[in-house]
Structure formats: structure tokens, C-alpha cells
Design a protein around this ligand. Structure first.
Ligand code: MG
Length: 158
């Protein structure tokens, strides 16, 4: 067994689509980033790569690479999944905490888990998802950013 831990945070900006876990969430702002800014898929990709003992997603998708500007973060996660496949690792479960003051994530709980289940090819009872606020403190509390923490467990595919 191997555990992995991922964290990411992105700033909200006007004129961007808010995409979380591959799901479009209607909101007045979206997350800024070289890609679509999907903070959940970035933290998840990093957790998976970390569990496999690989460097983070920035080494596979440098933000200086203009060819990947605006990339769908599902492509980033799929790259991480290919790395796991090459190393013959299998995902046992993932557990996710989204930290965001606004908008409320709960109404999209089912859609995000469906999306993750489809991308990861993993049963939904192996995907934990929680949404927390930052109790009004700091930049996240002011609604200026969204962060995400992910823990994963991999098993060697013998
Ligand atoms: Mg990121």
C-alpha cells in the first residue's frame, strides 16, 4: 500500500468558468490558472503522483508551456493515471476536502463524485468528498480563493 497527499489553492477571478472536479459550477467568478484552474483535479493528480513516488504535476505540465494554456485539467489527471498504470498501481480510495467560502459546493456533491468516478474508473463508495468553509478567515474566508486537500491510497497491482 502507498499513501499520497495533495494540496492546491487557486485565486478566484472575474471572467473565468468555475470548474471543480471536472464539473462546471455556475458562479460569478472562476479559478485563475494556466489550465482551467480545477483545484480539485490538481490536488488529486498530485496526491496520486506523490503516492507513486513521482514529481508533482508542474513537472509534467509546466505553466511556462504555452501549448497547454487553458488545458482541461482532466488531461492532467489522465496523465497521472497513465503514470500509475505504467507502475501497475491501483487506486484503493481517495478522500477530498474542498475549502471554499462561496459558492456552496454541496448541491454539486453528486455531480462531482459522478465525474471523479468516471475519470478514475473507481466506485463511488471509494470516493470521499467534503466541503468546508474557512469561517470567514483570510483570503479563502473572504471568498478570494478555493483550496483543496486530497489523500489517496494505492495498492500494488500484483
Ligand atoms: Mg493548481
Amino acid at each position: 500500500m502507498r499513501t499520497g497527499l495533495g494540496f492546491d489553492i487557486h485565486r478566484f477571478a472575474e471572467g473565468r468558468k468555475f470548474v471543480l472536479g471536472g464539473v462546471h459550477i455556475p458562479f460569478e467568478k472562476g479559478l485563475l490558472g494556466h489550465s482551467d484552474g480545477d483545484v480539485l483535479l490538481h490536488a488529486l493528480s498530485d496526491a496520486l503522483l506523490g503516492a507513486a513516488g513521482k514529481p508533482d504535476i508542474g513537472s509534467f505540465f509546466p505553466d511556462t508551456d504555452l501549448a497547454i494554456k487553458g488545458i482541461d485539467s482532466r488531461e492532467i489527471l489522465e496523465k497521472a493515471l497513465r503514470v500509475l498504470e505504467e507502475e501497475k498501481h491501483r487506486i484503493e480510495n481517495v478522500d477530498i476536502v474542498v475549502i471554499c467560502e462561496k459558492p456552496k459546493i454541496l448541491p454539486f456533491y453528486g455531480a462531482i463524485r459522478d465525474s471523479l468516478s468516471e475519470i478514475l474508473k473507481l466506485e463511488k463508495d471509494r470516493i470521499g468528498l467534503k466541503a468546508k468553509t474557512f469561517e470567514g478567515m483570510g483570503e479563502i474566508g473572504a471568498g478570494n480563493a478555493c483550496a483543496c486537500m486530497v489523500s489517496v491510497l494505492l495498492a500494488e497491482n500484483l
